[in-house]
Design a protein around this ligand. Structure first.
Ligand code: BEZ
Ligand code: FE
Length: 279
């Protein structure tokens, strides 16, 4: 027998019974709820339901530990990652010339939390939406793998990525989750963000995302994933000598951000501590 499952089931069922009694739920409302869940299944939206209820982010925090250590905060992957992005060197351009919107140069180092030393040849797998909030696989006007790339850091763990600032987007427009959010007076917008999977053989891999500052939805992300430490800081660069230095021909925003990877040992200890707290 699985006593953990038994205990959790009792707790969940007890809480549901309490709500049913408190709100005197009737059989019509029960049928509505069951039909909603059936439709969520039929439309493949259970992951999205977990996302908008804040469950995905909470479980991600418990799994990866968010206590105040040096390492970069982990975050959920979301459904739009594609493996096998084009391999690029430490200085990479992931946007195409046709991409509209403000240019962004993201530069920094990948470091180890153990000693703060740079990680040479770390991999930075990046994916993001364009200015309109569309990922390339949702938009026939974008080239295959546009705004995606697998960047390898140089000998000093450095990377410099040229891209555009991603726009916010809605996550649940047409399906049952969209209708549910509307019914409870919530929107389905995510603030502009850039996803990353950062890895190095000596450390635990990091999945996270960085957010666009001053985005209209930064304080009300539909999945509740925003963390202060993951909000980018932008500096507007327009001095001609700076444009030359970065090899670009128009003003851009600069964001300096270092990714700090946890050691494999620390990650295991933190995950064990979190698991003990749940029991
Ligand atoms: C995303 O960031 O790509 C995402 C996350 C959760 C639900 C939908 C999209
Ligand atoms: Fe996303």
């Amino acid at each position: 027998m699985n006593s953990r499952l038994e205990e959790i089931t009792k707790k969940i069922v007890g809480n549901i019974h309490e709500v049913i009694v408190e709100y005197q739920i009737n059989d019509t409302e029960l049928m509505q709820a069951l039909n909603f869940l059936t439709e969520v299944g039929e439309r493949g939206e259970y992951q999205l339901l977990s996302d908008v209820l804040g469950i995905s982010v909470l479980v991600d925090e418990i799994t990866h530990g968010q206590e105040e250590t040096a390492k970069t905060a982990h975050n959920v992957e979301g459904p739009l990652y594609r493996p096998n992005a084009p391999k690029m060197g430490s200085k990479a351009k992931i946007c195409s010339d046709g991409d509209k919107g403000d240019r962004l140069i993201l530069t920094g180092q990948v470091l180890s939390a153990e000693n703060n030393l740079p990680l040479a040849h770390a991999l930075v797998d990046i994916w993001q939406a364009d200015e309109k909030g569309d990922y390339e696989n949702q938009d026939e006007n974008q080239a295959d793998y546009n705004l995606r790339g697998l960047i390898e850091t140089d000998e000093e763990g450095r990377f410099t990525i040229e891209t555009v600032i991603p726009g916010p987007y809605e996550i649940a427009k047409a399906g049952p989750i969209g209708g549910f959010l509307e019914a409870i007076g919530r929107h389905d917008w995510r603030p502009g963000h850039i996803h990353f999977k950062v890895s190095h053989e000596s450390c635990s891999p990091l999945t996270t995302m960085l957010f666009v500052p001053n985005d209209p939805w930064i304080d009300s992300d539909a999945i509740g994933a925003v963390r202060d430490s993951l909000i980018m800081k932008f500096e507007k660069i327009d001095a001609p000598e700076e444009l030359t230095k970065y090899n670009v021909d128009e003003p851009f925003f600069l964001c300096k951000y270092d990714f700090i990877l946890n050691t494999i040992e620390n990650e295991k200890i933190e995950a064990k501590d979190e698991a003990l707290q749940i029991k």
